[in-house]
Write a new protein. Structure first.
Lengths: 468, 1288
């Protein structure tokens, strides 16, 4: 990736790139230009969380120290008689990378990125960096003990505590009242998806743009359920949890995460400001590896999961989330699957100039959004989940994950749904499934050295342990 | 809640059923008498009130419920700083949740505290507030902390206590305990509350209780009764090793505690003079029981009732009970009357800050609020110009060290003081600015007023007794010439800053270049030896986190055992980066995760960033610093590599190290072991710039002083003892072995406030004076203790030649000091100098009795007592008073131990005189041979010609106390060497005579008979013996033939170790490896590294050298007509005559000399045959500005003299104050901290001798040629910090 940032103007790759872009440009640029009719369309499905995201909250952020007391959430040991673990701060502090997010801005790589971008301030003082590497709120909403240096803090996810700090310790505290007071409902998969994706994918306020990548920012990878688990999570879904909050199966969390990834990406795609970078589209929305691979390595395939490829040599939207959602949609409802499939294809075509990309993007957003209630309400039984899992695997075996992003998403998805299957007793041999999953992940260890054929071989082993 | 671990005083005897029966009986006796006493504080009369009970604060409540509990309160208290005191808005509390009171009472409309509807306001106030029983004592309606309230809290209704301070430990469970119960309970058991370390140390070191696992501690029930605290879980063997105690009982009333020592006046018998020995707690009202004594017995005894009655009490306990020497601690409010003493009690004592100190290094950002205890609160009802209010109605963890200092004043030479780079002022430096020009004669009332604030008696005469003066003493600094004062003044004390000096006392700048004594900017140019941590901006709470403040819930008796932090936790070791988990003795299993800690302002306290470790300041939101990491400092190539540090830390152990080899690699390719590893020694053994030593404190009890008891039930009684530090120095660096709780490692040791006791009875008769007690273990109470000096610096650390013999061999005295063998420099010659004459022994009074006990005619005398100094000058410097007793021969060797004078008096043999009443105006014959009937005792051994005698120590000891399982197993005490039972007499004819003298330490006068245990003179080897010096179990005896060295390892079977011929050897003095002998030739220096091979290594010719005294780097020779000849022996093998002093001819028959320190000055006392006693001031601020040095050049001045009854021949050496162990490892003085001790003989030898017995030496130069790099294959030092961090 660095390659482009540095040598763009010099070598023949530059010419190659310019050629590709030049071909694609008119269509994409045109497709993304705004017309009133499109604006109407964009209003279509209102997929908004029940309340503002934590960084958008009008309330004051109090600071980690407020939560960190050993009598509150800073206990070393779990409390036996509390409905939460009470050691959340300890977990976050010791093992959660969010706690170190700010400090990343102090390292040499971050300093270099800031320099490359020509930022006026160093990384740890630049809003563009702090927006995701810290809980970045306006000065007037920073409590006296709030420290941006703490990175992604308690309140960065749970919402500024000005109002709910008191209500959440009242004797008759209720989750509903806390949420009324501004506690962000992270237990709700949809709300959580919106929140996490805000940084891990980007939203209308913040995005790791292609410029940032060019300046040296590492590539982003995210899947809601997997990342919830590996954060690591600092809660246990147990009896009292289920009495207070809805319990979301990991597979559903995954599914909702995928749906929102699609809707959010569509929003960005059509956003006049974010979706473009001058003459160019915001390249980060495209599939990195469609371009970032050796010239000799022709990766174009005539067939995709969504139907025939539009044409070789085009820059492609990153459709990894659509791929995941497609597997899910088909398992829930064949029609929904077909709709998603065909709408994704339409979008691909539109991006390539055969249609109105903006219209198609909004249509795809609606298709994805419509899936959210379906996922939320539908009971996912073993058979449905197995069907999702098998489709994920089979898509891979069909060579639809020719690019790393999709393969990575698939692996995380298989992990999520496989875990569900395992818990429900739907796996013959959990140990060997886990073993194969582990090997699958090894094949994904390095995005730059991703070998589709090796991935497929590993996937084949996974399938053997997934089937009934 | 109240009953789990706190037991009321009445039932605590049951609680201690498991303790020894003796102790139980002892305590029961105490309690019986304590509870007879009345409860009347000075003028406090209780008001009868009925109190309603407020429920404890709830752990949780709705905001609405909480608000109801503040409605009325906030109608007057319309603003406050933090509504709930907590910075955390999640805490939901109403005012009455913590304070109690009635929140429904509203301020009447328009009513004001003063002005409109005052009555209405006051009525509402009285109704809503909880009112005190003792409203006068609390100055109701003022809410300021009253001055010196002490036991008022114990008498007051606890409802009021809670109202006034919900954090007081009597009530904290109901307020703070709602959420912090465990912490409250831990604090109740912690040393901060119990003071067990002080009471335990004082009672053990002074022989009052024989329990080195302490049993006394302060605690109260909610209604102010003394309570026993019990450890929450039974104490198992492991916990015992960790220093955890099962229980602490209340301190019995002082009137009932028997003295640790049976001074002569305490011995049984005597006619009762009830006016002189008033009884407290009379067994019968007429006192007839005591009058059973028959007339005719000597009346110096206090009756035949037992110890613990009358005034037969333990003086240190009076001090604990009645002076504010150690306290008040958490159970009481601060005294709130002078800067440094403003604070609350209990939880509030630490967590609310008061304005105490103007120095930002001490008070951080609070410094700007001054030092007068005035508030900054928003609350309009609190007066802003009144002292005794906290800065804000707010809790904080950003506690400035000035707040810690309100208690950690004690002892005035240690801990927070040394952290600040200061120690107690010695009354001498810059005396002209500190003493009134006109001598002050304080009235009893004036003295009492001052002593209530400051128990130093000197303050009653000095300018600083005025608190307005003391408050601003640091403002004197610009005009001072010898010292600089620190700007903190708790207890009314003065603290001087310690500056960097060389051994001679010359000020040094940061590059070790000398700074001139006359340079007006000398104190700016020199280095103030604060802790480097202080310089960075650290406060106590930057290292001592929650656990160290609150305790971990277990009961401890020693501070070091109760600490969780260790240097390595933050700095790592040579091979490991810090883990940031605490690892000190009191750390929880696995340690506290310091990475989780946050400062009050919200930042993480510790953070690794890019391979560097940072700490954020607890008190300054904008401050952080990078930590020094030991591993980096020893890793070549690392930017932080420090060759000097690397050499010290990687110095090899064993033969390789003795050859000077250092580095990560071993000489033979194997991994080296390191000489100075963490397992062998504490970090601060080297990482200190100075250590403190308080060599002696005088506690003169006065019967005619009616004073209040400051603990438990309070009440006034007679008797009071002031507190008078004598020699607080900063130049003594000493090492020993720490207790097992600290890994039995090598560690710095300090002289820890040894006491000497005096007593003046109701008739103002001095019934004993300046008596050092004996520790419970039988060792001398000239106590020492392992010590963390808190004087860490980066460059001013200890180096090779501070602990090992230097290549230049110029540190013999340093080694003697280091190993605790003593340097004869700080020795205590007290009220009397004792002279042996041709026909007498004589006590010449050389100091004032009042405090400070200035040597008459000295620099201090001139300023502290100008009138009396003038009188002395008018007398032609002649000392006015002496007392003598005739002898049966020439008293050529005399030694004072306790109340006995041991005299070798020629044909008279050995005579032990009773000198207990030497200062008693009620006794006509103050020196006596037989305290009562000669038939009942005979302290005499007749010999043919007793020429000299020696005691193994002149410190009072009682070897018989040191035996049995209690001492050997429980208290982990070493045994005495058997020679400590004896006195050793040399007789020119009979040779060596050994006499058991333990009888003088058993408290029983009727068995004081002396007899020979041994007479020895094999092959007449001791023919003509005339002098004996003991060095451990080696005796160096001057005989006709020369030096004879005997081994007394078995004191009753002496063996000749070696002989060395001299012509007319006369006397000798020993210092570490060298014996200084006077002979016909002069002064000869004998290397006695190997007593079996003594070798003469140097000589200074003198015409008539008599006796010699070695004090640090000078030998003082009484040289007959040449007077006092001072020889520089810094390099013992190259001695140099420094000066001859004859006081312009006045000193022309010098026979003997001793040296001692009084306050900051050094004195020599010379027995000048024809002229008598001569007192010579060797250093004084006037004559030698370098007087704070380890061994400044002496500038002798004759200041006083007295002709003796017969020609003076000998002097008694002053009490050894820096000698804890003898040259062969025999322990002499008590060591505080269980299991701790001085080095034994083998351990001492390791500092300078190979296992084969060859001496080796060190250089402070970095010898690069001796560096051995790490073997190529293994290269652990290249591991990055980051990887260490990830591992954690």
């Amino acid at each position: 990736m660095k390659l482009f940032g540095i040598s763009l103007k010099r070598n023949f790759l530059q010419r190659a790139w310019v050629r590709v872009i030049t071909r694609a440009l008119p269509t994409i640029a045109l497709a993304l230009s705004i017309t009133p009719a499109m604006a109407q369309l964009s209003a279509a499905p209102p997929i908004e969380p029940p309340q503002p995201l934590p960084y958008q909250s009008p309330h004051k952020t109090l600071g980690t120290v407020t939560c960190a007391s050993s009598l509150c959430h800073g206990s070393i040991k779990r409390w036996k008689d509390s409905n939460v673990l009470q050691n959340e701060y300890v977990t976050w502090s010791r093992t959660d990378k969010h706690a170190k997010a700010y400090n990343k801005l102090l390292n040499a790589q971050s300093q270099k990125i800031a320099r490359n971008l020509g930022l006026k301030e160093p990384a740890h003082e630049s809003k563009i960096c702090l927006d995701c590497h810290a809980h970045s709120v306006p000065a007037e909403l920073q409590g006296e003990r709030f420290k941006p240096t703490d990175g992604i803090t308690c309140e960065a996810c749970h919402g500024p505590a000005e109002l709910w700090v008191k209500s959440h310790v009242e004797p008759d505290a209720s989750h509903a009242r806390n949420i009324e007071n501004g506690l962000y409902p992270t237990s709700d998969a949809a709300a959580r998806a919106k929140m996490c994706l805000a940084c891990h994918f980007g939203n209308k306020d913040k995005l790791v743009t292609h410029r940032l990548m060019g300046a040296g920012h590492p590539r982003m990878s995210f899947e809601l359920d997997t990342f919830t688990e590996i954060a690591p999570k600092h809660f246990v879904v147990d009896k009292d949890y289920s009495e207070r909050k809805r319990v979301w199966e990991g597979a559903k969390v995954w599914a909702i995460g995928q749906a929102y990834a699609v809707t959010d990406s569509m929003d960005i795609l059509v956003d006049e400001k974010q979706g473009r970078d001058g003459l160019f589209p915001e390249l980060v929305l495209l599939d990195c590896h469609a371009c970032h691979h050796p010239m000799s390595e022709g990766r174009w395939k005539p067939k995709t999961a969504f139907g025939p490829s539009v044409a070789p040599g085009l820059v492609r939207l990153n459709d990894s989330n659509m791929l995941m959602l497609r597997a899910l949609a088909f398992a829930l409802d064949t029609n929904a699957g077909e709709r998603l499939s065909s709408q994704t294809r339409k979008l691909h075509r539109a991006v390539a100039g055969e249609g109105d990309a903006r219209v198609e993007a909004m249509a795809l957003k609606k298709v994805a959004a419509d899936l959210v209630p379906l996922i939320s309400e539908r009971t996912l039984d073993i058979n449905t989940i197995r069907a999702i899992a098998l489709r994920l695997v089979d898509d891979g075996l069909s060579g639809y994950y020719s690019d790393y992003a999709a393969a990575e998403q698939a692996a995380m998805a298989i992990s999520s749904v496989g875990s569900f299957l395992g818990k429900q007793g739907g796996l013959r041999n959990t140990a060997s499934f886990n073993d194969n999953l582990r090997k699958l992940n090894i094949s994904l260890a390095n995005d730059e050295r991703y070998k589709p054929q090796e991935f497929i071989a590993r996937l084949r082993d996974v399938r053997a342990t997934l089937a009934r | 809640m109240q009953t789990d671990t706190k037991i009321s005083k009445f039932s605590f005897v049951h609680a201690l059923a498991a303790a020894s029966m003796a102790f139980t009986a002892f305590i029961a006796l105490m309690l019986a008498s304590v509870y007879g006493t009345a409860n009347a504080a000075s003028d406090a009369k209780p008001v009868s009130r009925s109190y309603s009970v407020s429920p404890p604060a709830p752990e949780r409540q709705s905001v609405m419920d909480a608000d109801k509990k503040s409605v009325g309160c906030v109608s007057c208290h319309t603003g406050t700083d933090r509504h709930t005191m907590h910075a955390n808005p999640g805490v939901t509390l109403g005012c009455t949740d913590c304070h109690g009171g009635d929140a429904t009472v509203l301020k009447p409309k328009n009513a004001q505290y003063s002005g409109q509807d005052e009555a209405g306001y006051r009525a509402a106030m009285a109704k809503s507030h909880v009112l005190p029983k003792f409203d006068k004592a609390w100055n109701y309606p003022s809410s300021a902390n009253p001055e010196r309230s002490y036991t008022l809290l114990n008498k007051e209704a606890n409802q009021f206590v809670r109202f006034m301070n919900p954090g007081d430990l009597r009530v904290a469970r109901e307020a703070c305990g709602a959420c912090h119960l465990e912490t409250v309970q831990a604090v109740e058991r912690s040393l901060m509350s119990s003071s067990a370390m002080l009471w335990g140390g004082a009672s053990y070191n002074n022989g009052i209780l024989p329990y080195k696992r302490y049993i006394l501690g302060e605690s109260y029930t909610s209604d102010g009764q003394g309570a026993t605290i019990k450890n929450p879980i039974p104490v198992n063997d492991h916990m015992i090793k960790m220093g955890i105690l099962p229980a602490l009982a209340p301190l019995p009333a002082w009137e009932t505690i028997p003295p640790g020592d049976i001074f002569r006046v305490f011995e049984r018998g005597g006619k009762v003079i009830s006016s002189a020995f008033p009884e407290v707690g009379l067994p019968n009202s007429t006192g007839a029981l005591q009058r059973l004594d028959e007339p005719g017995r000597p009346d110096i005894k206090q009756s035949n009732r037992g110890p613990g009655t009358g005034s037969r009490i333990a003086v240190p306990v009076i001090n604990i009970t009645k002076t504010r020497l150690n306290d008040p601690h958490l159970w009481f409010l601060g005294t709130n009357e002078q800067p440094g003493d403003y604070r609350s009690s209990g939880c509030t004592a630490c967590h609310t800050v008061y304005a105490n100190d103007r120095d930002p290094k001490h008070s951080g950002s609070y410094a700007k609020f001054g030092n007068e205890g005035k508030t900054q609160t928003k609350d309009p009802t609190i007066p802003k110009d009144e002292s005794g209010h906290p800065l804000k109605h707010e809790f904080t963890r950003a506690i400035p060290s000035s707040q810690c200092m309100t208690c950690h004043m004690h002892q005035p030479n240690v801990f927070v003081n040394s952290f600040y780079g200061a120690t107690m002022w010695d009354y001498e430096s810059d005396a002209p600015s500190m003493w009134p020009a006109k001598q002050k004669y304080p009235t009893a009332a004036e003295s009492r007023e001052i002593l209530n604030r400051n128990p130093e008696e000197a303050a009653t005469r000095g300018l600083w007794g005025d608190k307005e003066f003391s408050k601003n003493v640091s403002l004197l600094n610009p005009k001072l010439k010898d010292t600089q004062f620190a700007d903190y003044h708790g207890h009314g004390w003065n603290f001087r800053k310690i500056f960097k000096r060389d051994r001679k006392g010359t000020l040094l700048d940061k590059d070790n270049k000398p700074v001139s004594d006359t340079d007006p900017k000398k104190f700016e140019k020199s280095v103030h030896l604060t802790s480097i941590h202080l310089d960075l901006g650290m406060h106590c709470v930057d290292c001592h986190f929650s656990q160290d403040g609150h305790g971990n819930g277990h009961i401890y008796g020693e501070v070091a055992a109760a600490i969780e932090i260790d240097c390595a936790d933050c700095h790592g070791t040579t091979d490991k980066y810090p883990t940031l988990f605490t690892s000190g003795p009191a750390a929880s299993p696995g340690g506290r995760d310091m990475k989780l800690l946050r400062t009050q302002d919200g930042r993480a306290r510790f953070e690794w960033r890019e391979g560097k470790l940072y700490q954020r300041a607890a008190l300054d939101a904008n401050k952080e610093w990078e930590m020094s990491l030991v591993k980096d400092s020893v890793t070549p190539g690392n930017p932080k590599y420090n060759e000097k540090a690397a050499r010290a830390k990687l110095m090899h152990a064993g033969a390789s190290g003795r050859d000077g080899e250092w580095g990560p690699g071993g000489a033979d390719g194997k991994d080296p072991t390191f000489a100075h590893s963490n397992e062998k020694m504490t970090c601060y053994t080297c990482h200190l710039s100075w250590t403190t030593s308080c060599a002696g404190c005088h506690l003169p009890i006065q019967a005619n002083a009616k004073t209040e008891r400051l603990h438990y039930e309070g009440g006034e009684t007679r008797n009071y003892a002031t507190y008078n530090p004598q020699v607080a120095r900063d130049d003594m660096f000493q090492l020993g072995i720490h207790g097992e709780v600290k890994g039995a490692r090598i560690t710095p040791v300090r002289s820890s406030s040894a006491l000497i006791l005096s007593s003046t009875n109701a008739n103002r008769e001095r019934i004993y004076i300046q008596q050092p007690p004996i520790a419970a273990s039988g060792f001398s109470s000239q106590a020492f203790a392992p010590h963390y000096p808190h004087t860490e610096r980066t460059t001013e650390t200890k180096t090779c030649s501070d602990c090992h013999v230097s290549k230049a061999n110029d540190n013999n005295a340093i080694m003697a000091q280091l190993l605790l063998q003593g340097t004869n420099f700080v020795n205590f010659v007290g009220y009397n100098a004792w002279v042996g004459s041709s026909k007498n022994i004589e006590a010449v009074n050389v100091t004032e009795w009042d405090e400070p006990q200035a040597v008459i005619g000295s620099y201090l005398h001139k300023y502290a007592y100008p009138d009396w100094f003038q009188n002395h000058e008018k007398r032609g410097q002649q000392l006015p008073e002496s007392h003598s007793h005739s002898t049966n021969g020439e008293a050529r060797c005399i030694a004072l131990r306790g109340e006995y004078m041991f005299v070798a008096e020629g044909a008279g043999g050995l005579r032990v005189y009773d000198v207990a009443n030497i200062a008693n105006k009620g006794i006509s014959q103050r020196i006596i041979t037989a305290p009562f009937s000669p038939l009942g005792q005979d302290a005499h051994v007749s010999t043919t010609n007793a020429t000299c005698m020696a005691l193994p120590t002149n410190q009072p000891i009682a070897p018989l106390r040191n035996q049995g399982d209690l001492m050997r197993v429980t208290n982990q005490e070493q045994a005495f060497h058997p020679m400590y039972n004896y006195a050793f007499i040399v007789d020119a004819v009979e040779g060596l005579i050994v006499v058991d003298v333990n009888t003088f330490a058993d408290g029983e006068p009727r068995n004081n008979f002396l007899k020979r245990a041994l007479t020895w003179n094999d092959a007449n080897v001791l023919k003509g013996a005339r002098y004996i010096t003991l060095g451990g179990y080696y005796a160096y005896i001057a005989t006709d033939a020369g030096l004879v060295v005997l081994s007394l390892n078995d004191p009753l079977k002496p063996t000749v170790v070696s002989t060395l011929p001299f012509s007319d050897m006369r006397a000798s003095a020993l210092q570490f490896r060298y014996l200084f002998a006077t002979t016909e030739k002069g002064l000869e220096v004998i290397d006695v590294t190997y007593p079996e091979r003594p070798t003469v290594v140097a000589a200074i010719p003198l015409a008539d050298a008599r006796r010699v005294y070695a004090a640090r780097t000078y030998a003082y020779v009484a040289a007959g007509k040449d007077g006092l000849v001072i020889i520089d022996i810094e390099k013992p093998t190259a001695p140099r005559e420094y000066q001859r002093f004859t006081a312009d001819g006045a000193l022309n028959d010098a026979q003997d000399v001793v040296v001692g320190s009084t306050n900051a000055s050094l004195f020599a006392y010379v027995a000048d045959g024809v002229n008598g006693l001569k007192v010579i001031q060797l250093t004084s601020p006037d004559s030698q500005p370098k007087f704070y040095g380890f061994s400044p050049d002496p500038k002798p001045q004759l200041i006083a003299w007295r002709k003796t009854e017969s020609p003076a021949l000998a002097l008694a050496k002053g009490l050894d104050r820096d000698r804890a162990v003898d040259e062969t490892g025999g322990q002499i003085a008590v060591f505080g901290r269980i299991g701790s001790r001085p080095f034994n003989a083998g351990e001492m030898r390791k500092f300078y001798m190979t296992p084969e017995g060859k001496p080796w030496s060190v250089t402070d130069e970095i010898e690069r040629a001796r560096f051995i790099p790490a073997p190529k294959s293994a290269n652990p030092s290249t591991k990055t910090v980051a990887s260490a961090e990830v591992k954690k």
